[in-house]
Design a protein around this ligand. Structure first.
Ligand SMILES: [Zn+2]
Length: 309
């Protein structure tokens, strides 16, 4: 398997969910061994690598910071790029936050369909997990219960994501899949960001969701949804899995691992990545494709598209 980049450039623009700042993005091809790199075009192309060591404070979105230069809400764009197997790309951006667009990763997938993907003459390097790592924290809402995330050895990149929100339209939802361009596009890409109506005023007071609207986030009322219809009955669980993949992209290389997230969020996702990268006894970097991984990729590409329910 060889490294990839995109064939041609593609632009988009829009408002940032949390800052409300309008920005322009351009996806640009990059040479082998570049990785995924944001470039702040408003700051002399200052580069911010999409890697664990650049993770900044994380709460309602994932932000990167390098030498005081911030870039917010990277997760949906990174989920699309990472799931599509794009190893090398520049993301040129002239603002502090990635545009939220419709709240899903679908507009980014459409951009990547425009750019195309091509192979480079350099072998792809994988981060292969050798030993398990788990991170947990107390669930603030429920005494004695925990939110947790774990990463385990596997010959393919697989995620399982479980959510549980006490709401008639959400409840317990679970998504499990081998991550490939096809599974991401059909199962996760269209799932949108969501928030609860009761959280809107407190979030605004914290200076967040200044760009939020009914066009870019599902808003849940106490017993229904303000701006339906949903794109999937379990759109919430699917969106959390999308967020998880976008945060795992910060590993900096394609993963050969299984990741299980139980009521986790950006904070636990990025803690897992940081702790994993900080302990080189837990993984190895390999250019070897196992026969199993190859077989899985081939069968995923050939199998019929799962119906969106
Ligand atoms: Zn999200």
């Amino acid at each position: 398997m060889f490294q990839t980049t995109i064939i041609r450039e593609a632009p988009t623009e829009g408002v940032g969910l949390h800052t409300g700042v309008f920005g322009h993005i351009r996806l640009v091809p990059a040479p082998a061994d570049t990785g995924i790199v944001f470039r702040r075009t408003d700051l002399d192309n200052f580069p911010i690598e999409a890697q664990g060591h650049n993770v900044a404070k994380v709460s309602y979105a994932t932000s990167l910071m390098k030498q005081g230069v911030l870039l917010s809400t990277t997760e949906h764009l990174l989920a699309a790029i990472y799931s599509c197997g794009i190893d090398n790309i520049y993301i040129d951006i002239d603002s502090i936050e990635v545009p939220i667009l419709d709240g899903s990763a679908e507009p980014f997938m459409k951009m990547l369909e425009q750019t195309g993907v091509r192979k480079l003459r350099r072998k792809r390097r994988y981060l292969k997990v050798l030993k398990p790592l788990e991170v947990a924290e107390a669930d603030p809402g429920k005494t004695g219960q925990f939110r947790r995330i774990g990463i385990y050895p596997a010959d393919e990149f697989r995620v399982r994501c479980y959510v549980d929100f006490p709401h008639p339209l959400v409840g317990q939802q679970e998504v499990e899949m081998v991550v490939s361009p096809a599974t991401f596009r059909h199962l996760l890409a269209r799932a949108r960001t969501f928030c609860f109506e009761r959280d809107i005023a407190p979030l605004r007071e914290m200076g967040l969701i200044r760009g939020g609207s009914l066009e870019n986030a599902i808003v849940l009322t106490s017993d229904s949804v303000m701006n339906g219809p949903l794109r999937f009955p379990d759109e919430f669980g699917r969106h959390k899995a999308l967020d998880l993949i976008g945060d795992l992209a910060l590993a900096g290389l394609p993963l050969l691992a299984r990741v299980e997230a139980h009521k986790a969020g950006h904070s636990l996702h990025t803690q897992l990545v940081s702790r994993l990268l900080a302990d080189p006894t837990l993984w190895t970097i390999t250019t070897d494709e196992t026969p199993h991984a190859e077989q899985t990729m081939a069968s995923a590409a050939l199998s019929p598209v799962p119906a969106a329910d």
